[in-house]
Design a binder for this molecule. Structure first.
Ligand code: FPP
Length: 237
């Protein structure tokens, strides 16, 4: 493969198709999620190799609470188990784990495991893995609006001083640059409440592959696809 010249600094992925993959293989849905862990490792390896600095993964949406209780429980267990088992390798690779979303709805145990993974990997400087957990854009924006409204009501800021930068700073993603590339697997072509504000100028790519089948080569294809796009940010050349 020839070396693409433009590398996205931030790639965000909607990991879709675990349930369909499980169905195709005569397995339970939770087994599709378990099979979805290896593509996370593969994506991290490829992202680090390309010099991508931020990788955001949509792991659990605010809507996912509506799934069958066993599936939600299996996902929570998988998150806990994965962050514990992967942390040593992530540390070795210089990967820092961070999170966006409202974690307060998770059990104390899950919150403890996630916080521990963040603490353990805090020194990672090569790549930041941002897990979107109990995340949705509309709930994130709603929380940000509430925060700014309460600051305005308290007289800390003038309503007319609220600008795009201030809104960005009130979002969970405040510390990170906007995604350059958003990938959704499984052929679905929707953003499903994911990084709506932040993806205003992102390139979008929708490969057919189901998430459990996503490999390092697929990630390489995403990088190549991005390098071909002509980003103009509403301007002319
Ligand atoms: C969407 O597929 C996937 C999820 C809701 C869960 C994603 C979780 C993982 C890949 C587990 C590993 C992640 C980490 C961070 C350890 P779906 O169930 O909606 O698939 P379907 O549309 O085919 O039903």
């Amino acid at each position: 493969m020839s070396e693409p010249k433009r590398i996205p600094q931030h790639v965000a992925i909607i990991m879709d198709g675990n349930g369909r993959w499980a169905g195709l293989h005569g397995k339970e849905r939770y087994e599709g999620h378990i099979a979805g862990v290896e593509p996370v490792r593969a994506s991290l390896r490829a992202a680090a190799r390309w010099g991508v600095k931020y990788l955001t993964l949509y792991a659990f949406s605010t809507e996912n609470w509506g799934r069958p209780a066993e599936e939600v429980a299996a996902l929570m267990e998988l998150f806990c188990r994965s962050v514990v088992s992967e942390t040593p390798e992530l540390k070795r690779q210089g990967v820092r784990i961070a999170m966006i979303g409202d974690r307060s709805r998770f059990s104390e145990k899950v919150q403890r495991y996630l916080a521990e993974a963040e603490r353990e990997t805090a020194g990672g400087e090569r790549l930041t893995l941002i897990l979107a957990l109990n995340y949705s854009s509309r709930s994130e924006i709603t929380r940000a609006v509430r925060l700014l409204a309460s600051r305005a009501a308290a007289g800390e800021i003038a309503p007319e001083s609220i600008d795009e930068r201030m809104i960005s700073q009130a979002l969970d993603t405040a510390p990170y640059p906007d995604p350059d590339l958003v990938v959704r697997t499984s052929g679905e072509q929707r953003l499903s409440n994911f990084l709506l504000w932040q993806s205003s100028y992102a390139e979008l790519w929708f490969p057919e592959v189901l998430w459990p089948d996503f490999t390092e080569t697929d990630f390489d294809r995403a990088i190549e696809e991005y390098a071909r796009r002509d980003r103009r940010f509403g301007l002319v050349k």
